[in-house]
Write a protein that binds this ligand. Structure first.
Ligand code: SF4
Length: 328
């Protein structure tokens, strides 16, 4: 066979193979579309794999290193352990980033370190990515300029989604009001609040939920969520869903009840985990479902103790709860 004949044979073989694959959904019109299709599939699978591990975000955006405990939910803070471990590595970069933030007992000492250069990281990532912002962007020592820089970057990277979760809800309200006022003025053509920023508060029990959610409701946000992680006791969120009246005594609050767009639930992990009764989780799940499924509040049940083992994304009450919020 001469060279053109061999080439024709190869092309025909490839065509036959592609045609047979078309029946199973693999046939595509051009190599570029084929690549686009497979990479989309890969992305979807990757996302699903991460969700199976209880990870609702794609990448962490660690902007504030260090913190200080603010309530019971901080007692076994995962980030403290990580910081402690990393600060002891024989790697100068790690030491520069993590050293001096943990006390002799291994807990956060209240000092923080701002990662100014990391704010621009998402700009160089072209693939749409969900970033979880660590640790607490609204810690008392984080300056407004730093928070502004983050929101400004989020505005300029609309292909990404950002999840910002805080225990300092009052500070978040104060800062976000000021930042959005500045952004509205600087970029009148942009939608404010930013549609790609999910603002959340963490509450480990009813008391903390009740002290933080009202501030979340007063904060401008396109999507609002509550993370009940670690869940340390029963939590009733039903009066925070939009179809319930909230507070008769607070006019401003009562007229502005946007509801919750997402609930994350997770039992505590680690050797000192404080386990809870499963009925607390069940009760919270049932609060999130409605007669009309369109009105359900999306729930992400990240982890739960099952027969002495921490199970990521458990099947509970007949299903996995792996819902993500609808971006507006
Ligand atoms: S607020 Fe979050 S990061 Fe800070 S100590 Fe508490 S759990 Fe850890």
């Amino acid at each position: 066979m001469d060279a053109p004949t061999i080439l024709n044979a190869i092309v025909n073989m490839a065509r036959t193979q592609m045609e047979s694959q078309s029946e199973t959904g693999f046939f595509l019109l051009s190599p570029s579309r084929w690549i686009g299709w497979t990479s989309k599939e890969k992305m979807k699978n990757k996302k699903q794999n991460r969700i199976e591990k209880g990870l609702y975000w794609d990448r962490a955006l660690s902007l504030v290193e260090g913190c200080d405990p603010i309530s019971e939910g901080c007692d076994n803070c995962w980030s403290t352990t990580q910081t402690h471990m990393r600060s002891r590595q024989a790697n100068q970069k790690m030491i520069d980033r993590y050293a001096g933030l943990v006390n002799t007992f291994g807990g956060f000492n209240g000092r923080i370190r701002l990662m100014w250069d990391d704010i621009k990281k998402p700009k160089s990532v072209k693939k749409p990515t969900t970033w979880a912002v660590w640790n607490d962007l609204f810690h008392k020592d984080v300056p407004l300029k730093f928070q502004f820089k983050f929101f400004d970057m989020a505005l300029k990277t609309p292909w990404h989604t950002y999840i910002v979760c805080t225990k300092r809800a009052a500070k978040m309200k104060n800062r976000v009001d000021r930042i959005y006022a500045l952004l509205e003025h600087s970029y009148p053509e942009h939608t404010i609040p930013l549609p790609n920023v999910i603002l959340m508060v963490t509450g480990e029990n009813q008391e903390m939920v009740d002290s933080r959610v009202p501030f979340l409701f007063k904060t401008q946000a396109a999507v609002r969520g509550v993370s009940i992680e670690p869940m340390l006791g029963p939590v009733d969120l039903s009066h925070y869903f939009s179809n319930f009246f909230i507070d008769d005594n607070d006019d401003e609050y009562a007229t502005y009840k946007p509801g919750l767009d997402w609930v994350i639930i997770g039992e505590e992990s680690g050797p000192k985990a404080r386990k809870i009764e499963k009925r607390y989780i069940f009760d919270l799940l049932t609060q999130c479902i409605d007669d009309d499924p369109d009105n359900d509040v999306p729930v992400f049940l990240k982890q739960m103790w099952v027969n002495g083992k921490l199970k990521k994304m458990p099947v509970f009450a007949g299903r996995k709860w792996d819902q993500l919020p609808n971006l507006k």
